[in-house]
Design a protein around this ligand. Structure first.
Ligand code: ATP
Ligand code: MG
Length: 706
């Protein structure tokens, strides 16, 4: 038996059992806030202490943000050696595998990673349509096939109807294009490494040798391909000795719509009969009042594994239900609640817990719900950050710059080429680009490669060829300079020069009627460049999720940017309220949480107005309702000390306001009706009066003393 080491500190017996079990497969299955993630961080320390080199430990998290947080926690626990542990997402692990060993699949080490928009535009082209909705539908279908491990030929063979048949054909053309562009999409970051491990024994053995122990957080949200990848990576040992630790909660599985499957949980004890199952029952996060509401909501769902969860943190404040007329009112009330909780904290002279903005989160179902809250917070001068959305990177100006970066890092990235060559406009028109495209397709080369071909002059006028050459040389030059540019200051100078060279600021002002909007866009550009520069200075790389403290050159940094979805991490140390989607809040916790927009139609999301009554359709509705219930459970269990749930009586639908009902989940929380309702504005008024009174009192006392 292994002796409990320092990892035992701050762990209960069940957690210690999981942490100290080092030589076989282990599954920790437990409810929210029971310390699953804590098991992972402590186990990293325990493994190192047992003599495992940190480089051979991989901890897989669900988001880059979670990876960053885990890295921090591990560092706090075990110090510097934590930096050598590979803490990343499955996707980032896939990038690592492909960059190192993708050559056997015909991938160059500097392949590009396409984002959703690029994929849509390639699909439009592949399917011969200009309709974005059709392309997005294909994207969805194809992504589903890919995460289920199907390629185009297999999808075509299995196509059940005409729609699927067309999508499978488009998928085939899409695959050809990706190969030609030396690009991969997000699904490929899992499916290609899997192919690599399955079909190339030498690569498989190398990685199996590298992986001493793999820890997977949020295991319930893995999909079939991720599970296969995991199995192959730990396959260097007999199944009874497979070295991995998975932690998860079937009640928090909320990515079913993206192909995650609870089958992975069910399969684990079958594929690994020696699996050690550890259950955790104590919740260390929330008060009893909050936990009771959570347990009540999740109660009606069928149980994969029975679990009980209790808290010793006391009953705590009752959960509040706040109703509002419309979203603006709802947002005002949320702000009033933040202010009154802070004021209360100040009056009670509590510690920082009650006072700092970072201890508050507003959680909602869909990204677009953030807007009224952003406005209300700005109005009240309260700092906030939006996480979980792609708002910053989705901005056109940022995507413009990214296209340039992608083109330097991979000249064969045609979508990036097309965007960069036309942004800002440089006198190379559609006709020229059209002819270049035909020429490139004919010779099966990328647009960039075609541009330097001597025979291009047979299809294009000398002037057009001249402009293309000029552009090509400029890209080569940037690429060369970017490779030489290391460290934050140099990167900053490089980017300032480059933006001047292409006259990007003018491009923004010319394209924008309003000066204010153009200035805001330019502000974003500056912010983005600064952030890129910081990455060159050797900060943690949240694109690949890999800890690298060494200084990087700009080209290396540019190569990873397509993987980024959010840069909100840059603000992580600031004192700000978090606005987040429920999906992005998974695994995190805040002292005060407000769940907003909790209405029928939003949470649970519309389950279909006119369902046909076939048993398959009914079954689908049941499944979806179960996933919605889990989403609500995730939301409630983010709260440590206080929770408010709000809903609006009316909601904007197009131009009209329509009446809506509170979510069924509010009633299901089983709150005591006498205590739950509140109007935070009234409370704030009372608190302000009390503050004023106290100020008067102390002034009076001071006067008396004098
Ligand atoms: P989720 O299901 O939401 O991902 P989780 O099971 O991963 O939750 P953690 O985030 O690891 O739970 O832990 C929840 C909180 O409880 C954290 O603040 C953690 O530090 C604390 N905690 C966990 N275990 C213990 C323990 N044994 N003693 C004291 N605090 C603990
Ligand atoms: Mg967790």
């Amino acid at each position: 038996m292994s002796a409990p080491g320092p990892a035992a500190h701050g762990l209960n017996l069940a957690q210690q059992e999981a942490v100290n079990y080092l030589h076989g497969p282990c599954l920790v299955l437990a409810g929210a806030g029971s310390g699953k993630t804590r098991v992972i961080t402590h186990k990293i320390g325990r493994l190192i202490q047992s003599g495992m080199p940190p480089q051979r430990i991989a901890a897989i998290t669900f988001t880059n943000k979670a990876a960053a947080e885990m890295r921090e926690r591990a560092k706090g626990l075990i110090g510097r050696s934590a930096k050598d542990v590979l803490v990343c997402t499955f996707h980032a692990l896939g990038v690592r595998l492909l960059r190192q060993d993708g050559a056997v699949l015909g991938l160059k080490p500097n392949f590009s990673i396409l984002d959703t928009d690029d994929v849509t535009s390639i699909l439009k082209d592949a399917g011969g349509t200009t309709d974005a909705a059709t392309a997005r539908q294909w994207q969805w279908t194809i992504s589903g096939w890919k995460s289920g491990g199907l390629n185009a030929t297999q999808a075509l063979a299995l196509a059940a109807n005409e729609e699927d048949r067309v999508a499978a054909i488009v998928m085939g053309r899409f695959e050809e294009r990706l190969t030609a562009y030396q690009s991969v999409d997000f699904d490929d970051l899992i499916s290609l490494p899997l192919k690599l491990l399955q079909n190339h024994a030498e690569v498989r053995e190398k990685w199996q040798g590298l992986m001493g122990h793999i820890l997977v957080d949020e295991y319930q949200d893995t999909n079939a391909t991720q599970y296969e990848m995991l199995k192959l990576l730990v396959g260097g040992h007999a199944p009874n000795e497979a070295r991995f630790t998975a932690v998860g909660d079937d009640d928090q599985s909320i990515y079913g719509w993206r192909g995650a499957t609870l089958d992975n949980l069910k399969k684990l004890p079958i594929d690994f009969p020696a699996l050690k199952l550890v259950k955790l029952e104590q919740n260390y996060r929330s008060t009893s009042a909050i936990l009771r509401a959570a347990n009540n909501v999740i109660g009606p769902n069928p149980k994969l594994f029975p679990k009980t969860l209790f808290s010793e943190l006391g009953e705590g404040e009752p959960v509040r239900v706040v109703d509002a007329d419309n979203e603006e009112h709802e947002a005002e009330r949320a702000v009033a609640r933040i202010q009154s909780l802070r004021a209360e904290g100040a009056l009670a002279q509590e510690g920082a817990q009650y006072k700092e903005f970072r201890h508050f989160a507003v959680l909602y179902r869909a990204n677009h719900q953030a807007k009224p809250f952003e406005k209300a917070l700005r109005k009240a001068n309260i700092p906030y950050k939006v996480s979980g959305g792609q708002s910053f990177f989705d901005r056109a100006e940022i995507r413009d710059l990214c296209a340039w970066f992608r083109l330097w890092s991979n000249n064969d990235d045609d979508p990036a080429f097309l965007r960069a060559v036309t942004t800002p406009k440089r006198g190379i028109g559609h006709q020229t680009l059209g002819a270049l495209g035909v020429f490139a397709a004919q010779y099966k080369v990328s647009l960039f490669e075609a541009l330097f071909s001597p025979s291009l002059s047979s299809v294009l006028a000398a002037k057009a060829v001249g402009s293309l050459h000029e552009f090509g040389r400029y890209i080569n030059d940037l690429q060369f300079r970017a490779r030489q540019t290391e460290g934050a200051d140099n990167a900053r100078t490089f980017m300032t020069d480059w933006l001047k060279e292409i006259d990007y600021e003018k491009h923004l002002t010319d394209g924008e009627e309003s000066e204010k909007v153009a200035a805001a866009k330019w502000g974003n550009v500056m912010e983005f460049c600064d952030w890129m520069a910081q990455r060159c200075g050797g900060e943690m790389d949240d694109a690949t999720g890999v800890t690298t403290r060494e200084v990087k050159n700009l080209l290396e940094v540019a190569q990873t940017i397509a993987l980024l979805s959010t840069i909100s991490d840059r603000e992580k140390d600031q004192d700000q309220v978090t606005l987040s989607t429920l999906h992005a809040s998974k695994g995190l916790e805040w002292p005060h949480v407000m769940l907003v927009g909790v209405t029928e139609g939003m949470l649970p999301f519309k389950l279909g107005d006119n369902p046909d009554d076939s048993s398959a359709a009914q079954d689908d509705i049941v499944q979806r309702l179960q996933e919605e219930r889990r989403l609500m459970y995730v939301g409630i269990t983010r709260a440590q000390r206080s929770l408010a749930v709000s809903w609006t009586r009316r909601r904007k639908k197009g131009r009209e306001m329509v009446a809506v009902l509170p979510s069924r989940f509010i009633a299901e929380m089983g709150l005591d009706k006498a205590t739950v309702k509140e109007d935070p504005r009234e409370k704030l008024k009372a608190l302000r009066a009390e503050f004023a009174q106290r100020a008067l009192d102390s002034a009076a006392q001071a006067a008396i003393k004098r």
